[in-house]
Design a protein around this ligand. Structure first.
Ligand code: AMP
Length: 111
């Protein structure tokens, strides 16, 4: 079964797409936890961070490149957070590898 993110990648459901290339797509989170809350999603379907295989590690570079570009574009270079919830007890709800890019507010306290 396709994940929500596959449906977005395949244009079956709409999303606000901020960046897209061969490897990743970045969209606005539908339920933002900060003024800037972007999801950077790998196009390759990998259920979670812990299921990344060595041959997939180049994708982490692609995510880094996209995150730094978006941080500049959204003027949050002074402070942002990137995280990937991994596993049910972390709060992961969509089992398709993605990274949250958060910024635009004081992020000192975790949460
Ligand atoms: P996680 O809980 O780490 O798996 O993150 C899933 C994220 O996807 C949550 O922050 C949701 O708000 C977000 N989300 C769920 N459905 C959509 C959607 N259709 N478009 C954009 N973001 C979504």
């Amino acid at each position: 079964m396709e994940t929500i993110f596959e449906k977005i990648i395949n244009r079956k459901i709409p999303a606000e797409i901020l960046l897209e290339n061969e490897h990743v797509i970045a969209i606005k989170d539908i339920s933002p936890k900060a003024p800037v809350h972007i999801l950077i999603i790998t196009k390759k379907v990998i259920p979670s961070f812990q299921e990344l295989k060595e041959e997939d590690y180049y994708l982490l570079g692609e995510v880094a490149k996209a995150a730094n570009k978006l941080a500049k574009e959204f003027n949050i270079e002074k402070g942002f957070r990137i995280l990937s919830n991994t596993g049910t007890s972390s709060g992961q709800t969509i089992y398709h590898l993605h990274f949250h890019l958060l910024g635009g507010r004081d992020l000192n306290a975790m949460g």
